[in-house]
Design a protein around this ligand. Sequence first.
Ligand code: ADP
Length: 187
Amino acid sequence: MRLLIMGPPGAGKGTQAVALARRVDGPHISTGDIFRDNIGRRTELGTLAEKYIAAGEYVPDGVTDAMVRDRLAEPDATSAFVLDGYPRTEQQVATLDDLLDARGASVDAVIELVVPDEQLVARIHRRSAESGRLDDTDEVVRRRLAVYAEQTAPLLRTYADRGLLHRLDGTGDLDEVRQSINLALGV
Ligand code: ADP
């Protein structure tokens, strides 16, 4: 299965995506993780991405699209994957469509984790001490939420119109959310 997991910062996408990827026997592909890995290794891509991420802004589409294109071309992503944090813009949706279309494939389902804003802010605030993420400060978190509402939330409509969207409550504990995802997908 080729799956997308979407939702605002702090919704729990990463944790659920790891479990789901294991379940569908494909790689977990997180654009945020790939950027952070590059920042840690001080690559050119990392240096470029860092200033956007630190400000809570999206990395430019051209950069992100090329990175995802390369990753999806790897053999482990041929028939199954869980994309976490991509697509986030209209252009990224189009890029992903083209990319999969070229292989005669398409997205099978999209999971949206729904969590109210106050809870998101509280969750990220709680994890910020241990995460060491440069974008988990309260001010940058607010910006990330605003960018999500502006640029990414509207994309959910596109996937709903295609009949692919599963809107799930992301406020329960990890196991509850995991079970509702598996139930929705029948995996
Ligand atoms: P979160 O969903 O909690 O914001 P991520 O780890 O998915 O965390 O992303 C962290 C940051 O990485 C984003 O705020 C953004 O700057 C950058 N990023 C990740 N994915 C994308 C993407 N698809 N397009 C542009 N920027 C991205």
